[in-house]
Design a protein around this ligand. Structure first.
Ligand code: ZN
Ligand code: ZN
Length: 226
């Protein structure tokens, strides 16, 4: 774990380490505070997405270092389903649409457009129409409706041995083959859909520090006791 935390940003951030922790390095959270971790279960943590394109944009990150949800075991899948339900309820409580997506890596060559080599699921609250977003993504990736994106993801990785793109918008699940996808391609569609500034998809250029800090503050204002 300690060796991975030195080379993997998400491993480091999940454990609250300091060696490659963007929340500390960008001055978002005071060092050692771990206050950016908004929720925690046996197998996952939730923290704000650095580069958040909207005020409510979080990542569900696995505690185990693995490439994607397609590699999750049964326990992790069950834990994840509960966590997604809880946070979909929270993010959608103001009447927003909640969009979930994951660019699921199969291996280090077939990364499916992922930005990190550590499993993470994006959850976003938006007041835009999700149909337009699905249409936009479908220009790059052939999407299929499915009953359950997580089962389809596991099938894609563990049986078909390939990367995937998974989405859920307002209870509709989709799976696509993202083998040819470029890095962060999904965020480009997301930025266009949400009307972000040109180049806003690139979190390296636009980390949106104030937005991320706003999410952390709102969360702890509403949930004062750990
Ligand atoms: Zn990791
Ligand atoms: Zn990502």
């Amino acid at each position: 774990m300690s060796a991975l935390a030195d080379i993997c940003t998400f491993c480091c951030e999940v454990s609250g380490g300091t060696s490659s922790n963007l929340f500390y390095d960008l001055g978002i959270s005071p060092e050692d505070s771990r206050d950016y971790i908004l929720d925690e279960t046996p197998h996952f943590v939730i923290f704000p997405c650095i580069g958040a394109l909207v005020p409510d944009y979080v990542l569900i990150v696995s505690k185990r270092h693995t490439l994607s949800a397609g590699w999750f075991n049964d326990e992790e899948q069950a834990d994840l389903r509960q966590l997604i339900d809880r946070w979909t309820g929270r993010l959608g409580s103001a009447g927003n649409s909640v969009v979930l997506f994951e660019h699921g890596s199969y291996d280090f060559r077939d990364k499916g457009g992922a930005c990190y080599d550590h499993a993470h699921i994006h959850l976003i609250a938006a007041d835009a129409q999700p149909e337009a977003f699905v249409k936009s993504v479908a220009e790059d990736v052939v999407l299929h409706r499915c009953d359950d994106w997580l089962s389809a993801a596991v099938d894609s990785v563990q049986r078909q041995e390939r990367s995937y793109l998974a989405m859920r918008t307002d209870g509709h699940d989709y799976i696509g083959n993202s083998r040819q996808a470029r890095s962060q391609f999904f965020r480009r569609h997301l930025a266009a859909w949400l009307g972000a500034e040109p180049g806003g998809w690139d979190w390296l250029v636009y980390p949106e520090i104030e937005r991320v800090q706003g999410m952390i503050k709102r969360h702890w204002d509403m949930n004062p006791v750990r």
